[in-house]
Design a protein around this ligand. Structure first.
Ligand code: GMT
Length: 389
């Protein structure tokens, strides 16, 4: 198939998933064109069947904010027409699905692609439900040929919040379990003098509750010698660093910044802490699970579909620092417990969220809507011919 993908190029999970999906589709022989504002975070180097196109941004004194969405729509239309794209996959409703819809309208009727919109989380829970975007998000979903959500929880939230007339399919996120693998040697990369490695990975937005990570870590240190590795960048980094200073543990934390090769970093951890306010899926926990790293997270949203309580990790209430610290200490102070959780975690990641399994679900959906789309186009052409006869 000839497939177009639009996603956010930044470090967030939606862009990561879209990139991994594009790479997997290309490996299966599909032709994949990315249209983004910049190179997607995890897409580097040459890959067979992958083509990249960037939007050009125009700054003009009249524009206080450059109209990026219009530039994106224009680029999508150009690429779709030039490469005869059959399916366009927009990741994150705003502005990607809206721009793709606009692009589709610009194309001649017989060259229009099928649009699939994948909802990732905050495009529904924060951005899309904001009154300034609500109608546009709802319209974009309703006019897509298919809408998918990355968890059952997000699907339910979407149907409840937007009262949609169209179905929303759940297709979970996936992990490449051949790339994300456990590695005993890598665990030593950050540890000094027998320290355990506690890690947090995110884009440090308020929804990730990064200061909770630091508070949990402070309590862990009362029981286990450990080092906290913070991976990522974002607005809450300053607050988290401030809390660490106040608690007197700044020297026990290493700030790594952003890194695209998480397969080399996650296996270094003995434990991941993921205390989000809500999480529609939790791609980082899944990638950690594939590396046999247990996760302590919050029972908030779709992450409960990823982590099995007490079997592959632990789920605590949002903001419950004591419980998160207690569970963390259980994992870090018992090799046997950590091994058991890690083993179960990888098994679950491989059996339920493998790349092959999930990419096949996307391909099947593409084929299904493409067939419906072609039937509809044919019916329309027949109708026009009949009218002219
Ligand atoms: O940051 C992003 O680009 C997307 C981000 C978000 O806030 O929507 O992450 C979401 O998408 C990921 C990939 O599907 C999920 O694994 C994350 O759980 C989800 N984040 C939230 O729901 C907070």
């Amino acid at each position: 198939m000839r497939i177009g993908i639009t996603c956010h190029a930044s470090t967030g999970g939606s862009g990561v998933l879209a990139t991994e999906l594009g790479l997997a589709l290309a490996e299966r022989g599909n032709i994949v064109h990315f249209v983004t504002e910049d190179a997607p975070f995890r897409l580097s180097g040459y890959h067979r069947n992958i083509f990249s196109h960037y939007t050009s941004s125009v700054s003009y004194p009249l524009f206080r904010i450059p109209p990026y969405t219009l530039a994106l729509a224009t680029k999508i239309a150009e690429v779709a027409e030039e490469y005869d794209i059959e399916v366009w996959h927009a990741h994150y409703a705003i502005p990607n699905a809206a721009a793709a819809l606009f692009a589709r309208e610009m194309l001649p009727e017989n060259r229009r692609f099928c649009l699939i919109t994948t909802l990732h989380g905050t495009d529904i829970t924060l951005v899309g439900s904001d009154p300034s975007f609500f109608r546009m998000t709802q319209f974009s979903m309703q006019k897509s040929c298919a809408v998918t959500a990355v968890s059952h929880w997000l699907r339910e939230e979407t149907l409840r919040e937007f009262q949609l007339a169209c179905p929303v399919h759940t297709i979970h996120n996936f992990v490449d379990a051949e790339r994300f693998i456990p590695s005993a040697e890598k665990r030593c990369n950050f540890a000094r003098n027998g320290e355990k490695i506690v890690m947090h990975v995110s884009n440090f937005r308020p929804v990730k509750r990064v200061t909770d990570v630091v508070r949990v870590f402070k309590r862990i240190l009362e029981h286990v010698p450990a080092r906290l590795i913070m991976v990522g960048e974002g607005p809450e980094r300053i607050s988290a660093a401030g809390v660490a200073k106040q608690l007197g543990i700044a020297d026990r934390i290493t700030w790594l910044g952003n890194s695209p090769n998480m397969e080399d970093i996650l296996p270094c951890a003995d434990l991941i802490i993921h205390p989000s306010e809500h999480e529609s899926f939790g791609l980082v926990p899944l990638e950690a699970m594939a590396c046999e790293v247990p996760v302590v997270a919050t029972a908030s949203g779709g992450i409960t579909e990823v982590i099995e309580q007490g079997v592959t990790g632990y789920l605590c209430e949002v903001g419950d620092i004591e419980s998160m610290a207690y569970c963390s200490v259980q994992v870090l102070s018992s090799e046997a417990k950590a091994r058991e959780l890690g083993h179960n975690a990888r098994l679950r990641a491989v059996s339920l969220f493998s790349r092959d399994r999930i990419v096949s679900q996307y391909e099947a959906l593409y084929r299904e809507i493409l067939e419906q789309h072609r039937d509809a186009q044919k019916r329309q052409a027949d109708l026009k011919r009949d009218v002219h006869v």
